[in-house]
Write a protein that binds this ligand. Structure first.
Ligand code: ZN
Length: 367
């Protein structure tokens, strides 16, 4: 089987890079920019982006509202076309970026992604996670290309709520463990091909750097400062986690996360928080040794990622619904079957309850 490695054409990270965006745009992107932006970052980001108007660019803005749904993507395509746009920007959180990706994919425009928090592995990938209007998971939308440019301004990222950085660490935590099972089972990555050594190595780096710099990065973010540890974790959450999952492959963690979208009270929970707990569930299903499981539990506890249901706001556990979560994961979460052994609904259900029990016990014994 062939190997495929996918990545954005260009990745730029640094303090204040948004103010010089035109340096990173190329002629083929045209001069008419259509920016889908989260309203919450407008005040900070708009003046920085507007600096490129002096260099001959036009910018039309549209506020992001709602879900990353097919209906919403169609709406923004119409707006972009009526503005004569040649390049679409997605500025904000995961759903905004995924919507911009859908617009670029279906309209043929160039794509620039500007995450305003290091909260998910969405920015660099060529996949959009689609939701129904009510927030339940719909499907993956596989794009024909990765973004032309991913611009990560750490002067903006450092102003984002710290819990978003932590959520990004939860998403990046899964990357190594998911890529590892793909290697072990010979499973395909998100490009439906074998992972390259480059992708698996980047995935490994995610856990290595998080374990080293995760707590320091969180403390820097709380102090509102960009340190080397903060910059490193931003890169891990945004670039390595993204390339690592797409080209390294997914495992049980992201499959179970999909199943969790069946629980309405978790629709507002951060993706990365649920993924962190699902990573622990995967490790429990794999029955990894104590050293590894405890290292992950300690990391999660230290940075404030959930290790039991109650930690991510699931207090009144509905066991019938949890069985449905496990069943949905087994049926539609393709990557749960990337584990190097046969998996069924019962094993996923047992893994979830065992992970919750282990997490609660860890809390009780944590000194
Ligand atoms: Zn993810």
């Amino acid at each position: 089987m062939s190997m495929v490695f996918k990545s954005p054409s260009k990745y730029v990270q640094g303090f204040g890079v948004l103010g010089e965006v035109e340096k990173y745009l190329v002629d083929s992107m045209g001069k008419n920019l259509f920016v889908i932006m989260d309203p919450v970052v407008e005040e900070t980001v708009k003046p920085m982006l507007n600096q490129c108007i002096d260099k001959g660019y036009t910018i039309a803005y549209a506020a992001f509202q709602g879900e990353c749904s097919r209906k919403n993507i169609e709406k923004y395509i119409e707006l972009a076309k009526s503005a004569g746009a040649t390049t679409v920007f997605g500025v904000g959180g995961g759903k905004t970026m995924d919507t911009a990706k859908g617009v670029a994919h279906l309209s043929g425009m160039s794509l620039v992604i500007v995450p305003t928090a290091a909260s998910t592995d969405a920015p660099c990938s060529s996949v959009s996670v689609m939701y129904h209007e009510d927030g339940e998971f719909d499907d993956w939308l596989f794009l024909n290309a990765n973004p032309n440019l991913v611009l990560v301004d750490t002067s903006v990222i450092v102003k984002a709520p710290v819990k978003l950085l932590v959520a990004g660490m939860g998403d990046a935590l899964s990357t190594y463990f998911e890529a590892r099972v793909c290697r072990a089972s010979g499973s395909k990555n998100q490009a439906k091909a074998s992972p390259t050594i480059a992708a698996t190595t980047l995935a490994e780096k995610c856990w290595e750097i998080l374990a080293r710099d995760g707590v320091r990065a969180k403390l820097a973010a709380e102090a509102g400062v960009c340190t080397p540890a903060f910059e490193a974790v931003v890169e891990i959450n945004t670039l390595l986690s993204s390339v690592g999952f797409e080209s390294g492959g997914l495992g049980a963690a992201h499959a179970i996360q999909k199943g969790f979208t069946l629980i309405p009270e978790l629709h507002r929970a951060f993706h990365g928080y649920i993924v962190a707990f699902c990573t622990i569930t995967q490790l429990v299903m794999e029955n990894v040794d104590d050293t590894q499981l405890n290292a992950v539990l300690k990391f999660c506890k230290d940075v404030g990622l959930p290790i039991c249901f109650a930690d991510f706001g699931y207090h009144d556990v509905d066991y019938d619904l949890l069985w449905e979560v496990a069943d949905k994961t087994n049926k539609i979460g393709v990557s749960v079957h990337h584990l190097p052994f046969e998996v069924n609904t019962q094993m996923i259900y047992d893994g979830l309850l065992a992970a919750d029990a282990i997490g609660r016990a860890y809390h009780a014994n944590y000194a």
